[in-house]
Structures are given as structure tokens and as C-alpha cells.
Design a protein around this ligand. Structure first.
Ligand code: DGJ
Length: 706
């Protein structure tokens, strides 16, 4: 893999993914590694498009270089990925290359050492077979005698030449409006997003895409992307410099203060996943989808059951009669799993009480919870349960017995959010409690599905008695134990599917997704609002992880009424669930629901494992998601009258059109339900007719290749 350059003494390595290549060089001076080429396979075959980048007077060569990772010190002006010092010492590191370290096939490890400071850094790269994703991270070893303090400890820097300026695509939101896709063009200057909430948060997803702004955003635009696999506080900054190079830097946000790295210890940063697609944002989405399916195999191949969740129907008023009534209707329309959400445990009358005391409320389940679960299962449904293991309510037995288990700063008042406190999950005893509590529930009852929620970020994030800088890195400790519990659950209870949730989509980064089977993108289930949320979500995550319910909610932002058909087609874009109060549904509504559920069950494999094309968006009059069956035998098109038409046809007899993608122009495709046939070229160029009307505001079409 090494190609030494006779003239400059530089060494080069090329990482090859399924369809792309990524070439890194260490110049002869050995002070950093830099990007040489990144794009479609073979892009490295020629002079580097980044060579000699941005060298101008008044800044250092390190500031100008498309460097892969640099410490403050060596890179004084342009923003460094690592900011490190000894207590009482000067900030900065000036390291040099010590050589390639042994690595597995498809991986690369480049070592750098600062002997004066006592620091060794290894820049790590790993390709993921069958995908176009490269994982990048850094290992930092304290080789000196005393402690090292890290003010910044990014995972990687990513360089993209943008001669026409940068077009950035990112996902922004708030509670009930997560994953809104936004774009901004930057000719020069900076951009930054992140979270200090100890979870990725609702405001921004740790995900990002870059295109050269000179090229219109379309399905053939070269697009580079990054996604941070970290479920704690994070940041992602981008700068476009004078040489029209975009440099992205991402990693953990050490919000609580400098991170302490004791002598002899090694710290491994989270992974930054980077990817390139020549097929625009749509193609980049397919790269992330393929990655999520590959990484979680074989779990990703398990059919996601059609669930019913009782939260919107009964809220905290959970009792055996109401739940059994709901379960009966759910079973009759074809649901496969019944999930009892919040409110099933002792003391949980509202959101101010009960968390921590994870025992079913005997007053609400007088025949016993086991008997209740058996009755649900007797209806032919699997059983699922909601938990919020990282929180505790004031007045709970858990908090009375273990007042020291919550985050706290001595002498300071504790801030309540949603009436609850956050447990310090990084503590060994707290982690043991969570592990054994969940294990007990899963052993005591035949539970096949766990919804893990988290409804408050930690505040006053201290651990009394632990002086600053803390011997324990609280944010990382919490995240590490969150992963540890999930990993333990998956290995000890492999049949249990896990849904990740944090007040909606507050914790849906790549690492959380890798350890759960589905995630709940938002508490907003209103049809139009949900469409916009899911549209953004699918840019970063695969449909098989996108939990979605059909409810009667109108939404919060775009509350135009939409049909039951629209709501089913929307929820079927991912893992279908029902969350409405189906006791109140008419026989006609139940019959329609049963038809949709049966339709979905037959086709979910294509919906979850097929190649996705995101066609148009919720801002358009018509938008759709096209799923191509892995064997090429058929396409499923979910289409929505998403825009201003408000349910009315454009003109009678002149339907709106949705131009499909990725078809064979010479092939013919037959609409499975109407028998109508179309040429591939027609569907690609004229488009699939969508005859919208007030009753027909969404469609689910199967096109069989003839
Ligand atoms: C927030 C979740 O996002 C909801 O789906 C629901 O589980 C509530 N918490 C319950 O408190």
C-alpha cells in the first residue's frame, strides 16, 4: 500500500472501499498526514488535486495543508483537532511521524510522537467491506509521567476541495421537529453545529454533507459526507479557506472541562464515518443505508414487527383493561407486537413521579403483570415495554435509597427537567443497577421488545468528592456505560428488539443506531410534519431503523388534514407501527388499516433492504421514496401529495408526475394493482402519474419488471 515518492520523500497509502478510494500521504518532513485524493475508485491515479494547497504568505504550511489531523502548536492559526497540555505547562504539541503501524487488511494506522510532551497519537482508518464508508478515529497515549489535559480531542479532520465554494447540507431541528434538511452555501468562512447536552440532541444531527457549490445539487453531483458515531456531547465545525478547501473537524465536545488522560493511559476517540458518493445526496444516503445494514447484520435482516404502542392513546393512564382493549383491536387489524409505553410502573401517575422504581403497578394490573402479558400474547402479539433507565424521579424509592446516584455539584441546587433527575450512569453501581433491573424485567416476563427512552439531559454534571479536573470523564463514562448495557442486553437477550428514543429523536447518532434495532425519530406523528422529519432522517439512516406510527395527531407545524391512507403510506416508509387510539376507529377505518398492514407485511423486506431513492421533498407538490428490490424484480414507490395542493387535483385528467430513478430505460414495468404498463424511459423521464384528489393524497405502487 505504501508508495514512496522519489522526489519529495512522501509516502502514500490508498484505502479502497466498494467503489471509492481515499489516498493519504505523509510528506517527507513527517509532521502530518494529508489527503491526496478522495473520490471514485481511481481518482488517485494522477497528480493530487490537493497538492500545494493554499500556500500563501502569512500563515504556516500546517495551516494551509489538507492535513488529516493536527495538534494546536503545530497548526497555530487555522483550527486544530487536538488541544493538549500538561497541568501548568504550555498548550500545544509539535509531533512527527514515526511510521506505519501494523493493521488489518483494509485498515491503516499512522503513528506520530511528541517526545517532549510525552504523547503518541495513532491516526486510524478502517474500510467497511461492501460499503463506501471509512471509519476514522485517533488513539492518544500519554507516554509521560504526569497527567495530560485535553481541551479538544477530535476524531478526524476531513478535507474537500470546493473550487466553487461549499454547499453544506445538514439536519437541524428541535423537539417534535427533528431532522429538517437544510442547505447553506459558504464561499469563505465557518459553520458549526453540535450539542452540549450529553446526547446528540434534537437541535442538530451529527451528520453533514458537502458539495462544490458550482455544481447544481442533483442525483449526479459528487457528494462527500461525515457522520459522528458518538452518543454524547459533540461538535462539528467546517471552514472554507482562501484556497477553497473545506476542512471539517468533528468529535466529542468536552463540555464539562478538559479531559484528563493519566500517565500510561490511552484514549480512543469516537469514530467519524466518512463517505463519498458520485450520486448526490440521494447516493450518499444509500451509502449510509448500506453501512447500517452491513454493520448490524444479522439483526438488520430481522423483519421489524408491526407494532402497536399505547402512548398516544392512554398516556400515563395505563391499566390492564384499557391496554387489553387496545391489544384486542391491534391484533384484529394485524399488528404483531403490543408495546406498553410510559405509565406501567408504581407511582407513575404523571411525569413527576415513579422513575427508578421499575415494578409494575399492582393497582393497575390487579391480576398480576405476568397474567396481563400472557393475555396480550394470547392474542397472538409479542409483548414490548417502555423504560427510561437513566432517569429517576424525586420521591422515588431508588432516589431515597441512593441519593448519591444522581449527577450533582456539592452545595448547588439540582435542576429538574420534566420533573426528573439524571442518574450518573458512568458509576459502576448505577450501571450494575440498570443492567440487573433490565435483566430482571426481561427474565420475569416474556418481553420481546424494549423501548429505551431518555427525557432529560444531565445538568450539574458533577460527582461530589471528585475534584477538577475529574479523574473520570463523566460524559464519556455515561456514554460508555450506555453502550455497555445495550451490548449486554443484545448478547444476553438476543431475541429482544430494542428501540432507541430520547424524547423523540434526541439520540439517533450512528453509534446509537448500531446498538439498537430501530430508533424513534420524533414525538411528532402528524402526517405532514412527519413526512418532513422522515425525509431528513432517511438522508442519514436506513428505513429499517426508522420507527413510525400511524396516529390521529394533526402535528404541530403543518396541520393540514391528511387521509388515513396518507398516514399509512408515511409510516410504511420505515418500520410500521400504529399509535392511534384504535378503540375509537370505525369499522371502515379498521378494515382499511388491516389492508395496509397486510400489504406492508408482504413487502417490508424491499422497504427495509431495498436501494432507496429520495425523490423530491416535502416542500414539493409531489414527493416520493422509491425502493428497488435487491434482486431487481420490482420497485416500490411511496408517493405523497405533499405540497400546497391541499388534496385537490392540479387539473382533472392531468395528474402530477414523479420521475423515478435507477430504472432500466429499456425495460417495461407493470403496476401490480392496476396492471398498467410503463416503459422504463417513460418512468425516468415523464414520470409515474400521481392522480391526486382529496381522497387519494398518497399512493403505494409496486412496479414489477416485466
Ligand atoms: C418520550 C417519547 O418520545 C414518547 O414516545 C413517549 O415514550 C414518552 N416519552 C413517554 O414518557
Amino acid at each position: 500500500m505504501i508508495e514512496p515518492d522519489a522526489e519529495t520523500g512522501a509516502q502514500r497509502w490508498t484505502l479502497r472501499t466498494a467503489a471509492t478510494s481515499y489516498t493519504v500521504a505523509v510528506p517527507g518532513h513527517g509532521r502530518w498526514a494529508e489527503l491526496s485524493a478522495w473520490g471514485p475508485a481511481g481518482v488517485e491515479d494522477g497528480p493530487s488535486p490537493l497538492a500545494g494547497h493554499g500556500r500563501t504568505p502569512f500563515r504556516t504550511a500546517a495551516d494551509a495543508a489538507p492535513a488529516e489531523y493536527l495538534p494546536f502548536g503545530l497548526r497555530p492559526f487555522g483550527g486544530a483537532e487536538l488541544d493538549v497540555r500538561r497541568p501548568g505547562g504550555e498548550r500545544g504539541s509539535w509531533w512527527s511521524f514515526t511510521g506505519e503501524r501494523p493493521a488489518e487488511a483494509g485498515a491503516l494506522r499512522l503513528g506520530f510522537t511528541d517526545e517532549l510532551l510525552g504523547l503518541e497519537a495513532v491516526l486510524c482508518y478502517e474500510t467497511v467491506p461492501g460499503t463506501d464508508v471509512i471509519r476514522r478515529w485517533v488513539e492518544l497515549a500519554n507516554t509521560g509521567d504526569g497527567e495530560l489535559l485535553l481541551r479538544r480531542l477530535d476524531s478526524a479532520a476531513v478535507n474537500v476541495p470546493v473550487p466553487g465554494g461549499a454547499r453544506l447540507t445538514y439536519l437541524v431541528g428541535q423537539w417534535a421537529q427533528e431532522f429538517q434538511r437544510k442547505q447553506v452555501e459558504i464561499e469563505r468562512g465557518g459553520f458549526g453545529i453540535g450539542s452540549t447536552q450529553g446526547v446528540p440532541g434534537h437541535d442538530y444531527a451529527p451528520w453533514f454533507a458537502v458539495q462544490d457549490a458550482a455544481a447544481a445539487d442533483g442525483p449526479t453531483t459528487p457528494t462527500w459526507g461525515a457522520s459522528l458515531a458518538w452518543s454524547g456531547s459533540w461538535h462539528l465545525d467546517a471552514q472554507v479557506d482562501a484556497g477553497r478547501l473545506l476542512r471539517l473537524r468533528a468529535g466529542r465536545e468536552p463540555h464539562e472541562g478538559e479531559v484528563l488522560l493519566p500517565a500510561g493511559n490511552t484514549l480512543t476517540t469516537p469514530q467519524l464515518l466518512v463517505a463519498f458518493s458520485p450520486e448526490g445526496l440521494d447516493g450518499l444516503a444509500r451509502v449510509w443505508h448500506a453501512y447500517e445494514r452491513t454493520e448490524s447484520r444479522p439483526r438488520s435482516l430481522r423483519p421489524r414487527p408491526v407494532l402497536y404502542n399505547s402512548w398516544e392513546a392512554t398516556g400515563f393512564d395505563v391499566d390492564q383493561d384499557s391496554q387489553l382493549e387496545l391489544a384486542g383491536v391491534a391484533a384484529s387489524i394485524g399488528a404483531e407486537l403490543f408495546v406498553v409505553d410510559d405509565g406501567w410502573f408504581t407511582g407513575r401517575v404523571d411525569d413527576t413521579a415513579g422513575l427508578g422504581d421499575w415494578y409494575p403497578d399492582p393497582a393497575e394490573f390487579p391480576d398480576g403483570f405476568g397474567a396481563f402479558v400472557d393475555k396480550v400474547r394470547g392474542l397472538g402479539l409479542e409483548f414490548g415495554l417502555w423504560v427510561e433507565p437513566e432517569s429517576v424521579s424525586p420521591g422515588s424509592r431508588l432516589l431515597t435509597e441512593h441519593p448519591d446516584w444522581v449527577y450533582a455539584i456539592e452545595g448547588r441546587p439540582a435542576t429538574l427537567i420534566r420533573g426528573q433527575l439524571a442518574l450518573d450512569l458512568g458509576r459502576e453501581d448505577v450501571c450494575e443497577f440498570v443492567l440487573s433491573m433490565l435483566d430482571r424485567l426481561l427474565c420475569d416476563y416474556p418481553i420481546g421488545y424494549l423501548k429505551w427512552d431518555m427525557n432529560r439531559p444531565p445538568t450539574e454534571q458533577g460527582r461530589p468528592g471528585d475534584p477538577l479536573p475529574r479523574a473520570v470523564d463523566l460524559d464519556a463514562g455515561h456514554v460508555a456505560n450506555y453502550y455497555r448495557v445495550l451490548d449486554a442486553l443484545r448478547s444476553q437477550h438476543p431475541h429482544v428488539l430494542i428501540e432507541g428514543c430520547a424524547g423523540g429523536g434526541g439520540r439517533a447518532d450512528a453509534a446509537a443506531v448500531a446498538r439498537t434495532d430501530v430508533v424513534w425519530p420524533s414525538d411528532n406523528t402528524g402526517p405532514q410534519d412527519r413526512l418532513a422529519i422522515q425525509y431528513g432522517f432517511l438522508h442519514a439512516h436506513s428505513p429499517h431503523v426508522m420507527s413510525s406510527w400511524v396516529t390521529d395527531h394533526t402535528g404541530f407545524f403543518d396541520t393540514r388534514p391528511r387521509s388515513l391512507r396518507f398516514r399509512f403510506v408515511t409510516a410504511m416508509a420505515g418500520a410500521l407501527g400504529i399509535g392511534a387510539d384504535i378503540r375509537a376507529w370505525t369499522p371502515e377505518q379498521r378494515a382499511e388499516a388491516a389492508e395496509w398492514i397486510a400489504w406492508y407485511k408482504q413487502r417490508r423486506e424491499t422497504l427495509h433492504q431495498g436501494e432507496v431513492h429520495l425523490i423530491g421533498g416535502p416542500q414539493d407538490d409531489t414527493c416520493g421514496v422509491q425502493y428497488s428490490a435487491p434482486d431487481g424484480s420490482h420497485e416500490i414507490v411511496l408517493a405523497w401529495n405533499s405540497g400546497r395542493l391541499a388534496g385537490l387535483p392540479l387539473l382533472p385528467g392531468r395528474p402530477d408526475r414523479l420521475r423515478l430513478r435507477g430504472l432500466d430505460p429499456a425495460a417495461r414495468y407493470r403496476n401490480e394493482s392496476t396492471g398498467e404498463e410503463f416503459g422504463g424511459a417513460h418512468l425516468l423521464h415523464a414520470g409515474l402519474p400521481c392522480p391526486w384528489s382529496a381522497e387519494n393524497d398518497a399512493d403505494a405502487v409496486v412496479l414489477r419488471r416485466c
